[in-house]
Structures are given as C-alpha cells and as structure tokens.
Design a protein around this ligand. Structure first.
Ligand code: PLP
Length: 283
C-alpha cells in the first residue's frame, strides 16, 4: 500500500512525520474521510470544502491548493488500485518546538492513505446496529473535524465492551450524534428527525445529501434534537456517515425498535443514497 506524505508517494515504512508535529503533540490537525466506489471519490468536493472550513476555523494554513489535494487523492487511489473503500486525509499545523500558542511560522503537513472496505454489501445493513447511550464528553467545537478523537474512541470501546456496535452521545438530555456518525429517528408519524447544525455536532457530508434525498422523496424533515426516550419510542432509527451511508439502528439501550429489524424508511434512504453515489459522484 502506498501512502502520501507532503508531496511524496511512499511505502508505509517510509511514511513518517516528526515527533514535533503539532498533530501528534496537540491534536492540532484536521481530517476528512471520503468514500471510494468503483474507483471514484464520492462527494469529495463537499469534503474538501469542509476541510477548508475546519482549517479556517483554526487559522491553519492550507498545505497546498484544493486542486493539488484532489490530484494527489486521485493519484493515490490509482497507485493503490482502490476500487471500494475509504481515503483518509489529514492536515496538521506542522512541525514546531513545543508551545501551546500557534507557531509564527510553520508549514502545514498533508498525509493520506487508503483503506479497502466493503461498503456496498455491508452485513450490518441487513441486521441493523445496536447502540447504547453515553454522556457526550467531547469539547465544545464538534463542528471542526479535528483528530482529537479520544472521547468518541472511549465511547466506541464502551459500546463494544457492552456487546453492541456503537454509542449515541447525550448532552443535557438530548442526543448529539453517534461516535463517528450523525443520528436520526423516524417518528411514528413518519417524520425524519435529526439534531440541527451548530457547534454541538459535525455537519455530516452524508447528512446533507441524505436530508436532500429524503425531502425529494416527500419526507418531512425536523431538524431538532431528540431524547433517548423519544428514540426508544420511534418507529425507526438510523445513522449516516461517509463510511456507512445510511445504516439502520434497531436497538437502543437494550430496547428494540419496532420488530427489531431495519425499517422501510432507513432501507429506502440507503438505496436512494447508494444509487445516487454510483451515478453522480457529487451529490
Ligand atoms: N459526526 C461525527 C462525530 C463524525 O466523526 C462523522 C464522520 O466521521 C460524522 C458525523 C459523519 O460525517 P460524514 O457524513 O461527513 O462522514
């Protein structure tokens, strides 16, 4: 597998950055994960736009132009002959002697790698996910996609330790999102409800596309936070992310939703999303 490090395409053993990199010392780095289907990047323009916003919110200089990032992404996909999977990219503020304040001068670093993953035919889409609720312990700017991921990492591990697949995080009694995905319920009157955008959650690229498709399919969208109790009473629930598309949730804190099988709305939205991704690339 070939890796990308600051302009070079190298083998894993040569893909190295400094111990003084601020991404390593301060989690002073932002990232994106884009889907690759049939060798093509899905909704990548939107991912690069969000990357630019994350960098801008942190006054981080872009490592190079957006066109250069995209050219490097395409080259890496080609070199690794990636057909279906994920492309991870990370920009850090770069190398500087350790100090909390941003260095006056530093050169942002850009690294990328690919991961082969079965996304279209995921067995979990047939079975549905089981989730537990946990307190949201993250910082207060979750709209910036930084690599400071210890809290969601602890949450995911707590879920696995509890014998389930993932965790929904709760703040002030309301669900924010999943550890690495946006969270939705389908109410008894068939409305699709998900938390509104703000500093409390990441503005998911998949969220944006799925809400657009759902509205086109005639669903009423309610962008308001919901409680775990409301989720347990919902007729369906699901999550979205670049790596899972639309994935049904069938059990929350041990309570089965409906008949405990993926519901029709989640299944329909998954199909619509996948069809569009295979046809258009930019959604
Ligand atoms: N929310 C969080 C906290 C995430 O980490 C992610 C993806 O990694 C998402 C939501 C979903 O975002 P996207 O649809 O852009 O993958």
């Amino acid at each position: 597998r070939t890796f990308y490090v600051n302009g070079d395409f190298v083998a894993e053993e040569n893909a190295k950055i400094s111990v003084l990199d601020r991404g390593f010392l301060f989690a002073d780095a932002v990232y994106e994960v884009s889907t690759v289907l049939k060798g093509k990047l899905i909704d990548n323009k939107a991912h690069l736009k969000r990357l630019a916003r994350s960098m801008s919110e942190l006054s981080m200089a872009p490592p190079c132009s957006e066109a250069e990032i995209e050219a490097a992404q395409l080259e890496l996909i080609k070199l690794n002959e990636l057909d279906e999977g994920l492309l991870y990219l990370q920009v850090s503020r770069g190398v500087a002697d350790r100090d909390f304040a941003y260095p006056a001068k530093s050169k942002s670093s850009l690294v990328m790698f690919t991961q082969v993953k079965n996304l279209l035919n995921s067995p979990m889409a047939e079975q549905g996910l089981h989730v537990i609720s946990i307190p949201d312990m993250r910082w207060k700017r979750r709209d910036i996609k930084t690599v400071g991921l210890l809290a969601p990492s602890m949450g995911k591990q707590a879920a696995l330790d509890a014998g389930v697949h993932d965790a929904w995080m709760v703040e002030d009694g309301l669900v924010t999102e999943g550890t690495s995905n946006n969270a939705y319920i389908v109410t008894k009157d068939r409305k699709i409800q998900t938390r509104h955008l703000g500093h409390e959650i990441l503005s998911g690229i998949t969220r944006h596309a799925v809400l657009k498709f759902a509205a086109e399919a005639g669903y009423t969208i309610v962008e308001e936070p919901f409680t775990i109790e409301a989720a347990r009473q919902a007729s369906e629930a699901f999550i979205t992310s670049a790596s899972t598309f639309v994935m049904p949730v069938v059990n929350i804190d041990g309570v089965e939703l409906g008949d405990g099988k993926p519901g029709p709305v989640s299944k329909q939205l998954r199909l619509i999303y996948i069809k569009a991704a295979l046809e258009h690339q930019d959604l």
